[in-house]
Structures are given as C-alpha cells and as structure tokens.
Design a protein around this ligand. Sequence first.
Ligand SMILES: CC(C)(COP(=O)(O)OP(=O)(O)OC[C@H]1O[C@@H](n2cnc3c(N)ncnc32)[C@H](O)[C@@H]1OP(=O)(O)O)[C@@H](O)C(=O)NCCC(=O)NCCS
Length: 151
Amino acid sequence: MIEIRKATLKDIDQVHDLVNKYAKEELLLPRTRESLVINIQSIFVASEGGEVLGVACLAILGQDLAEIRSLAVSEKAQGRGIGKMLVEKIIEETKNIGISKLISLTYQVVFFEKCGFTIIEKTEMPQKVWTDCIHCPKFPACDEVAMAIHL
Ligand SMILES: CC(C)(COP(=O)(O)OP(=O)(O)OC[C@H]1O[C@@H](n2cnc3c(N)ncnc32)[C@H](O)[C@@H]1OP(=O)(O)O)[C@@H](O)C(=O)NCCC(=O)NCCS
C-alpha cells in the first residue's frame, strides 16, 4: 500500500540517493543532503513499508508562483501511478497555500501533460529565471521544457 506523506528526517538518506541517482543521468538537478534537510517541510515522499519509492518537492518562487522540483520515482516502482500521485499532492499543497500557478522545468513532457500541465514559454516565468536559473550550470542554454498548470 503506497502512502503519500510529508518526508521526515528518517527518509532523507533514501531521498538523497533517489534524487542523486537521476541527477547523475542529468534528468534532475543534484541536491545536497543539507539542502534536503533544510527544505524538509516542502518534501513529500511515496513510501511503502518504510521504503521511499518516490519523492517530490514544492518550492515557492514568488507571491503566485511555485515549482515542483526533484520529482523522482525509483526505477522498480515506475508505471504504478506514483509519479502522478506525487504531482497531485504537490498541486493540493500549492492550492492550499493559495498559489494559482505551478511550474515544472522538465524533459518528461508527456508525463506532465497527463498531470494537466501545458507547455509555456520560459519568458513567462521571469521569477524563476532570475532567482534560480542564473545559478544553474545549464544557464543560459537550458534544454528543459517549461510547463505550467493553473490551479
Ligand atoms: C517521470 C517519472 C516521475 C514518472 O513516474 P511514474 O510513477 O513512472 O509515472 P506514473 O506511473 O504516475 O505515470 C502517469 C502517466 O504518465 C505516463 N508516463 C510516465 N512516464 C512517462 C514517460 N517517460 N513518457 C511518457 N509517458 C509517461 C504513464 O504512462 C501514465 O499514463 P496513464 O495515466 O495514461 O496511464 C519517473 O519516470 C521518473 O522518476 N523519472 C526519472 C526522473 C525524472 O525525469 N523526473 C522528472 C523531473 S521534472
């Protein structure tokens, strides 16, 4: 039975391993253990019997803009709807906070379309570009697709 819940410090090592496995494949940005710990309140996990099978983080970028980050489902658990459940949880949290626009920078366009996102121009997210992208090794030649959902 899959449970979608807030992460606790006990999950951090598994979350760190999962995110950084995909970061090595350049599908996600790497996260330090410290960055995961200090952002623990915004991290959600999919767990089954104490094992972390998936993770997603909610980052607030501005008054009415949030981003889903570090979305990852372990290879053995893919295709069971866990990624979609995590995105739905992040959408619910974003709505509860009162933010109406949630974005993702991703290579997984079809997956995010199935979660209700549509492709947008990167110029539609200036806060993201000026707060985060300028610090990213891929900037300014980012090949990820910008997607958004209005809540
Ligand atoms: C992308 C990822 C999170 C999807 O997780 P998942 O648990 O396998 O996805 P789900 O089972 O919830 O899939 C939901 C739907 O999206 C589809 N889907 C999932 N991954 C897909 C892909 N790569 N290409 C096309 N469709 C995909 C599924 O078929 C399913 O469709 P359905 O609702 O019509 O049956 C997972 O593959 C992953 O962790 N990838 C590596 C890291 C990564 O790229 N993260 C995204 C960074 S933004």
